[in-house]
Write a protein that binds this ligand. Structure first.
Ligand SMILES: C[S@@+](CC[C@H](N)C(=O)[O-])C[C@H]1O[C@@H](n2cnc3c(N)ncnc32)[C@H](O)[C@@H]1O
Length: 252
């Protein structure tokens, strides 16, 4: 199996989409180890769908907060991937320093080209990850990759930020983003101290997630929308989805 360089993106992406996903990965590299933003916690619904012996892959794992939560709950076959190498190093050191029990595989890599075998995972977790993928074509590639590494009938868990235009501040962000040429729901997050662009974020509609999943061979089994806190402490709509892989779509 070929292990990808973290910035290597290949699979069928146009030049501009490859550039966009690489740029957002670089933006997220600015955060060091346990400072990688992580404001969501696992929604308990997931425990109806995963068993302790399952092979579980966390895509965009950050510094491993979700992985460590799963370890505490008795899950033992845990992998993760992230473009931010400092998060991967932090997770590996935590496993070593605390002598955590289990089979762990943490890799620096891009979700667009997952360094995992076809049909190898019982479940994939993506928490506050899709918000970082603001390019629609790149998003399709990532979901195809997730389909590829999941076993048939494997489960995909998504927890992410939903469009919340009923809050004026967010409606303004989405509208300003649109004026700047981004898709509605995408906006610039500016560092308050430096005034510089930190990263682009996308907030999703239920329709966007549903279409993404259905076009990529998934069936949605559970979809809830409930309040969650963002990194900046605002409370907006959070979308939690359990989807099951029901058909193969991409194995090249
Ligand atoms: C908001 S953080 C969430 C981290 C983690 N899932 C959590 O909830 O604690 C988003 C993570 O996605 C990672 N990321 C962004 N683009 C990525 C890509 N193309 N491939 C893999 N990871 C990516 C970032 O480096 C960052 O660690």
């Amino acid at each position: 199996m070929k292990i990808q360089n973290k910035y290597e993106t290949t699979k069928n992406l146009s030049f501009s989409s490859a550039k966009n996903i690489l740029q957002s990965a670089r933006d997220w590299d600015k955060f060091y180890a346990s400072n990688i933003p992580s404001s969501l916690e696992l929604n308990p619904v997931i425990f109806n769908y995963i068993r302790p012996e399952d092979k579980i892959l966390d895509v965009g794992m950050g510094f491993g907060k979700t992985i460590f939560d799963l370890v505490k709950r008795g899950y033992r076959n845990l992998s993760g991937v992230d473009t931010n190498q400092s998060g991967i190093v932090f997770a590996k050191e935590t496993v070593r320093n605390f002598n955590l029990e289990g089979n762990f595989k943490f890799l620096t890599g891009n979700a667009n080209n997952l360094p995992f075998e076809n049909n190898s995972q019982n479940a994939v977790i993506t928490q506050a990850f899709w918000t970082t993928i603001v390019d629609n074509e790149a998003r399709q590639n990532v979901i195809n990759e997730i389909n590829r590494v999941l076993k048939n009938k494997g489960v995909l868990y998504i927890a992410d930020f939903g469009q919340t235009p009923q809050i004026q501040k967010y409606r303004t962000r989405y509208e300003t983003g649109r004026v700047k040429g981004y898709d509605y729901g995408t906006f610039e997050v500016i560092n308050e101290k430096s005034g510089e662009l930190e990263y682009l974020a996308h907030h999703y509609t239920k329709e966007e997630f549903s279409k993404l999943l259905m076009n990529a061979g998934f069936r949605i089994e559970n979809y809830t929308i409930s309040p969650v806190q963002t990194r900046s402490g605002n409370v907006i709509d959070g979308h939690t989805i359990i989807a099951r892989k029901i058909s193969e779509i991409n194995k090249d």
